[in-house]
Design a protein around this ligand. Structure first.
Ligand SMILES: Nc1ncnc2c1ncn2[C@@H]1O[C@H](COP(=O)(O)OP(=O)(O)OP(=O)(O)O)[C@@H](O)[C@H]1O
Length: 594
């Protein structure tokens, strides 16, 4: 595309110069100026070509000056041919030089460096472009940084890198944006290293700067400050050398719509320098490894999202690069394909032991399953780093408890229903409206007064429920049902409230069951909260209730089990589980404190 644009620019420049020169050549007052300017216009090969043709035509028409003797005369095509000959050699050599010598390649990084030097020259005092300065922001970062992140920073900056093959040193990226007073710090002073055989999980909230970091490592973006080294090659000064070690799967599939799966693999294998004799084997190996054989001849536009992702990862892994960078590799995959992909990634990193994988993901399960080390990034900064177990031990200073109460017994249910029915039929100073309701609900005054109405037939209105709450000594409990306020007490309560509002009432057995189960939840809740100081309820889904329990010297795991076991029957606990805090809770903790 860029080459086509350059060609078009060349063509039009030549054309415009030709028109200018032609007009000037027609006017006697500008003929000599035109002859002089032509020496410069001929730097454009397009002009040389057009001028030569125009001069030939003019010669044919007898419009050339008398001094021109033949077609190869200097003033006819001679000058143009000579210029074109010299230019074809010199431009070819220039192109070669730009390709071969990276030191003179015009990367945006180098342009920036030159700009910096020009600025130093222009200003009397030494000048640093503000975004490249070791700004006060970085100092603040270092002060309030987590201890593990600081240790990693010191380790990398001191140069003790063991067998690290990638290391980032104060890598920084600033985008210019109107919204953020002109700039947005996407990545801020990122410092860490990745060793061979390691699978490094890069987690973070949306917009944390993960993709930007990976883009800088792959050479798609140039850093605003700091740098990174890949096998000792600086990504700023030797981007091409650094890139040759990397296989990159970007966040969005960069596939060519009309190329088939097999053609994609062949194309990238050739780009990566796989020799002809090995090409077929390499392509077949990837098709088999990624379970893409049956799609080999399909054009990429007809693939499902998950298969496109598989193809992108397969392309990244072609040629067995020592570093594989995967930006959300399993997005859009079904659970089976995801497991399959995890297996492939795990095989190349941990099992083969030579390849370093850096992956970003929003799936905590994926990070847990694959990553030997994890870094959580929020707002462009690394908030924590370490193995999944280390993070859980350090930041998971609580236990997750989930308790499921036993079901309401039919005896208790029957007893409560009868008690409510008796009270409803025996309201001493009942307001007229309540009795009316009851009469309507159970189909007639006779049946109410006879007392042999079926319990299942009784439907309770809001007013009755309010009264029952008062009789049973807990008006608060029924308020949530009556007022239909959204509470985190699970789906069943929401459904009951909805039924009450839309249908005008709920059957007595349904209400009684709800009441008794609330009673159980409430007893368990007060027991947990009073027994484990600092316990916090995390929510209830109608079947079970979840807590976070503090986990320190005062509470061992044995204490928690002991206490629950001793009171299990009294409280009516059907089952419970205790687990260490998950990666998800740790991630949420960092995201919430961003
Ligand atoms: N080209 C750009 N110009 C301006 N701002 C950008 C540009 N690219 C990214 N950003 C900003 O930089 C920040 C980091 O973006 P980045 O894509 O790296 O986040 P991320 O962690 O990969 O997010 P996600 O998980 O959603 O992919 C965001 O606030 C984003 O808006």
């Amino acid at each position: 595309m860029a080459q086509n644009v350059v060609l078009l620019i060349h063509f039009f420049t030549g054309l415009i110069l030709m028109v200018i020169s032609f007009i000037m050549g027609l006017m006697t007052s500008t003929i000599s100026t035109n002859s002089f300017l032509k020496n410069f216009f001929r730097i454009s090969p397009g002009f040389c070509f057009a001028d030569g043709l125009a001069s030939l035509a003019l010669l044919r028409q007898g419009m050339k000056d008398k001094t021109s003797h033949g077609v190869f005369d200097w003033n006819v095509t001679g000058a143009s041919i000579c210029y074109l000959a010299v230019e074809s050699v010199s431009y070819f050599l220039l192109t070669l030089a730009l390709e071969i010598f990276p030191s003179i390649k015009l990367t945006s990084f180098m342009i920036k460096k030159w700009w910096e030097k020009i600025n130093i020259f222009r200003h009397d005092s030494p000048y640093l472009e503000p975004l490249l300065e070791p700004s006060s922001e970085i100092v603040v970062t270092e002060i309030d940084e987590d201890v593990d992140v600081k240790t990693e920073r010191n380790r990398v900056l001191s140069g003790s890198l063991d067998n690290s093959i990638i290391y980032l040193r104060n890598l920084r990226k600033v985008y210019f944006e109107e919204k953020h007073h002109g700039r947005k710090v996407a990545v801020d002073s990122l410092t860490f290293s990745v060793q061979e055989g390691e699978c490094f999980g890069f987690l973070g909230t949306n917009g944390a700067g993960k993709t930007t970091t990976l883009s800088m490592l792959c050479g798609e973006e140039s850093p605003s400050g700091g740098t990174a080294f890949i096998f000792g090659k600086d990504i700023c000064s030797h981007p091409k050398a650094a890139r040759q070690y990397i296989g990159y799967c970007p966040q969005f599939d960069a596939l060519l719509e009309y190329l088939t799966v097999q053609e994609h693999l062949e194309l990238y294998a050739r780009i990566k320098g796989v020799p002809d004799f090995a090409l077929e084997n390499v392509v077949m190996e990837k098709l088999t490894e990624f379970d893409l054989l049956k799609h080999a001849n399909k054009p990429s536009f007809s693939l499902s999202g998950g298969n496109k992702r598989k193809l992108s990862v397969a392309i990244a892994m072609i040629g067995d690069p020592p570093i594989v960078i995967l930006d959300e590799p399993s997005t859009g995959m079904d659970p089976i394909a995801k497991r399959f992909m995890w297996d492939v990634i795990s095989r190349i990193s941990t099992r083969r032991g030579k390849t370093a994988v850096i992956l970003t993901t929003h799936s905590m399960n994926e990070a847990q399953a694959l990553c030997t080390r994890i870094g959580i990034m929020v707002g462009g900064r690394l908030r924590c780093i370490g193995s999944p177990q280390h993070l859980k031990t350090r930041f998971g200073n609580h236990l997750e408890l989930e308790v499921k109460p036993t079901e309401v017994s039919s005896v208790d249910l029957q007893t409560l229903c009868q008690a409510i029915q008796e009270r409803l039929l025996d309201v001493p100073s009942h307001p007229r409206s309540l009795l009316n309701d009851l009469e309507i609900c159970i189909g007639g005054t006779d049946s109410v007064t006879s007392g042999n109405t079926s319990i299942a037939e009784i439907s309770l209105t809001r007013e009755m429920i309010g009264l029952i709450g008062r009789w049973l000594g807990n008006e608060e409990r029924v308020k949530t049902l009556i007022s239909c306020t959204p509470v985190c007490d699970g789906v069943s309560q929401e459904q009951l409230s909805e039924q009450l509002f839309r249908g005008g009432g709920i059957p007595l057995p349904v209400f009684s069951e709800w009441w008794l189960s609330k009673q159980k939840f409430s007893e368990i809740d007060s027991f947990i909260l009073s027994s484990f100081g600092g316990a916090r309820c995390q929510g209830c889904n109608g079947l079970s209730i979840r807590y976070q329990l503090p986990y320190n010297e005062d509470f061992s795991l044995a204490d928690v089990f002991g206490l629950l076991e001793r009171n299990r029957n009294t409280l009516g606990i059907a089952e419970y589980s205790i687990s260490q805090s998950t990666l998800e809770t740790i991630f949420n903790h960092f995201a919430a404190n961003a």
